[in-house]
Design a protein around this ligand. Structure first.
Ligand SMILES: [Zn+2]
Length: 294
């Protein structure tokens, strides 16, 4: 059976400049796709304006270019995709997979339940006409089994971990899970290579794909850089921005972190040469599982 052409992607949120952790995800996803003769797309996940930093999206694009991480096709922006998210929600409303939950966060906390007190779940809004203003929740289906290329078979019982999860918030913002699943399918993404901090989103995303009848990509979650305190290096804990004038050094360090064994002299090459080397020598089986310091 001929397999579909590989399409990978890098999908940063514009909450700050690129840092070494995000460079590892960018380089890893590019090398994985291009080493299989595939394409590599770039999507800016700008669906949460309160968390975004002005100018961050442009800064990320500039840094990627300076690191010779050149994407295929136009940059996609999630803020352009509201129509496709609404289409997906409309399908899920028709199939009865989602319901409008009007339970307040305070009421849920008092009751000690993660999702809904039950009244909204039991009601079919289609029968009542207009749904009340609330968060749209997806009915969970219990255990979800999926595979990670590094970790093997994994499973998560959504009934235990999160219950019916939100796809569109009460304030009108789309949830990350909905945007990622709908956009990956629209772009024909076959291979998701991303940081292990996103591993615990995978079961929810697989379940949503199943309810929408969308194909499931292959998953590879890369280890994270942790600081001296054991915390993940992230924009939230003020990871230092990458210096674009040290692109070659940064790329070499990212390859070394992923245990791709870049030769020492490669560090003196141009960013484009290092990226070509990464594609030509990509060995996903050499990637370590454990998070570690840079
Ligand atoms: Zn509710």
């Amino acid at each position: 059976m001929p397999s579909a052409p590989v399409i990978g992607r890098f999908a940063p949120s514009p909450t700050g400049p690129l840092h070494l952790g995000s460079l590892i995800a960018a380089l890893g996803s590019l090398a994985d796709a291009r080493s299989q003769g595939g394409r590599w797309l770039l999507r800016i996940e700008d669906i949460d304006p309160p968390r975004e930093q002005p100018g961050a999206a442009d800064s990320i694009l500039r840094s990627l270019e300076r690191h010779a991480l050149h994407w295929d096709g136009p940059v996609q922006y999630q803020h352009d995709h509201a129509e496709r998210y609404e289409d997906a929600l409309a399908r899920l409303r028709r199939s009865g997979d989602i319901y409008a939950c009007i339970c307040s966060r305070a009421a849920l906390a008092r009751a000690g339940v993660p999702d809904c007190l039950g009244g909204c779940r039991a009601t079919t809004h289609a029968a009542r006409g207009m749904p009340p203003a609330g968060a749209w929740r997806l009915r969970h289906g219990g255990a979800v089994h999926y595979r990670d290329r590094l970790r093997g078979e994994l499973s998560e019982d959504l009934g235990v971990t999160c219950g019916d999860f939100v796809l569109k918030r009460r304030d009108g913002l789309y949830a990350y899970q909905l945007a990622v699943v709908v956009d990956d399918a629209a772009s024909g993404i076959t291979d998701v290579v991303r940081g292990a901090d996103l591993l615990d989103n995978t079961a929810r995303q697989c379940w949503l794909m199943q309810r929408l009848g969308l194909p499931r990509p292959r998953y590879l979650h890369l280890p994270l850089i942790v600081g001296a305190d054991g915390q993940k290096l992230s924009k939230q804990n003020h990871a230092p921005a990458l210096r674009d004038d040290e692109a070659a050094r940064n790329l070499w360090q990212a390859l070394d972190f992923l245990r791709q064994s870049p030769p020492p002299e490669l560090a003196r090459s141009s960013p484009a040469t290092i990226v070509d080397w990464a594609v030509g020598h990509w060995r996903p089986d050499a990637i370590p599982l454990a998070d570690m310091p840079a």
